[in-house]
Design a binder for this molecule. Sequence first.
Ligand code: RTP
Ligand code: MG
Length: 141
Amino acid sequence: MATERTLSIIKPDAVAKNVIGEIYARFERADLKIVAAKMVHLSREKAEGFYAEHKERPFFKDLVEFMTSGPVMIQVLEGENAVLKNRDLMGATDPKKAEPGTIRADFASSIDANAVHGSDAVESAAREVSYFFSSDEICPR
Ligand code: RTP
Ligand code: MG
């Protein structure tokens, strides 16, 4: 297995619930290292650009509205198989369908307010990491 990087976002609902540390602890327990992090209140333009692949979907407007409703915590996770490992920790998009013990099962309240984002492939991870971080903001260790 290869060392990978993936982009993770703790969404406004989970930041508002004050569970950043609890979610970080899950990353650490799974041997994912946080190699970059920033808290940001996304602008509409930045959120629309991030979710551009979904711009024709019926939920796009609500998604952008939600992602700009409060600050988010954005991090780059590094480790073996990081992309899939983070998706497993997150659980299904709809928290009602998420496995018990996953981040979304434990902290999300709806398919919109679903606590976290994680890149879905190595290719999208590279694009998403560079969308938010310059190379000098990433600290491999
Ligand atoms: P994410 O990109 O946020 O990690 O979530 P995901 O891969 O599990 O889901 P994706 O299909 O990429 O959708 C992005 C976000 O859009 C919202 N969504 N709403 N109402 C709906 O049917 C619906 N479908 C997706 C979710 O908040 C999802 O996280
Ligand atoms: Mg996605």
